[in-house]
Ligand binder design. Structure first.
Ligand SMILES: NC(=O)c1ccc[n+]([C@@H]2O[C@H](COP(=O)([O-])OP(=O)(O)OC[C@H]3O[C@@H](n4cnc5c(N)ncnc54)[C@H](O)[C@@H]3O)[C@@H](O)[C@H]2O)c1
Length: 255
């Protein structure tokens, strides 16, 4: 039987944890939540960079703080979640962005690169979900938003990244089923190429040749991804769960 929900009245009332929040997409996503009036916890492996983001949000009048967290270490994640619970009393939304790119061809990828990629994306997302879910369950409310990618469909030389994103989508659907009657939803956003973060580490000529193949003829702005994350995170998205929304300018389509 479904539990009684203590859903916030609006997006503005939410306490939001964003892992990988100091990265390129993290900047736009944390800004969006801050602009919407949420309390934002910017968590990242790079604690100093997370504090720079959080202090920038505070300067703009938002309630924000930072946490240095390695998502691959379960105890680290649990400690950060307990700290938020002590200080804020609840976590309404957990957004998992933390990620690395250590890719390679299936025939050549090094064990350490494959394992590090799976550990950061997939185990990291699992660690966050299993740390926040008991608290969300108690209140009968929560929003889990995880980050996939169009690369889940396969990409040449993208063995570890695509596998990690596939794991995230599977975990998210299983979580959605597990908590479907408890006021908690779990969804994935799957961007194509975004003018931020990881994509900007690709050499310029590759960036251009990738962008030329996108049906819309351009990469996404990070704000366009943040808008979809904000939708899944909102109380209004109450009947949407276990879904992946491609935000890719048409690049997941056939031709
Ligand atoms: N930029 C794109 O084009 C694009 C496209 C599709 C999906 N994505 C996904 O969006 C998410 C964010 O990507 P981005 O472009 O902002 O990348 P980014 O490299 O700018 O940010 C990733 C952040 O994760 C942090 N991080 C790495 N390992 C960590 C760990 N073990 N614990 C905690 N934090 C850790 C990094 O410090 C960094 O701040 C990733 O999951 C990525 O796969 C990005």
């Amino acid at each position: 039987m479904a539990t009684l929900s203590t859903a916030p009245a609006a997006s503005a009332d939410q306490v939001v944890l964003v892992t990988g929040g100091a990265g390129g997409l993290g900047g736009a996503i944390t800004s969006r939540f801050a602009k919407d009036g949420c309390t934002v916890v910017v968590a990242d492996f790079d604690g100093e960079a997370a504090e720079v983001v959080a202090s920038g949000l505070r300067e703009r009048g938002a309630r924000a703080r930072s946490a240095g967290v390695d998502v691959t270490v379960r105890a680290d994640v649990e400690e950060a979640v307990e700290d938020i619970m002590r200080n804020e009393g609840r976590i309404d939304v957990a957004v998992c962005l933390a990620g690395v790119v250590r890719n390679g061809y299936v025939s050549k990828i090094r064990d350490e690169d494959f394992r590090a990629t799976i550990a950061t994306h997939a185990e990291g997302t699992l660690n966050v979900m299993r740390a926040v879910l008991p608290h969300m369950r108690k209140r009968g409310y929560g929003r889990l938003v995880n980050m996939s990618s169009v690369a889940v469909r396969g990409s040449l030389g993208g063995a570890s990244y695509g596998a990690a994103k596939g794991a995230i989508e599977g975990l998210t659907r299983s979580a959605a089923l597990e908590v479907a009657q408890q006021g908690i939803t779990a969804n994935c956003v799957a961007p194509g190429l975004v003018d931020a973060g990881m994509f900007l580490t690709v050499p310029d000529d590759f960036q251009k040749s990738f962008a030329d193949r996108i049906p819309m003829g351009r990469v996404a702005t990070p704000e366009e991804i943040a808008a979809v994350v904000a939708f899944f995170a909102s109380p209004e998205a109450s009947y949407v769960t276990g879904q992946t929304l491609y935000v890719c300018g048409g690049s997941s389509l056939g031709f």
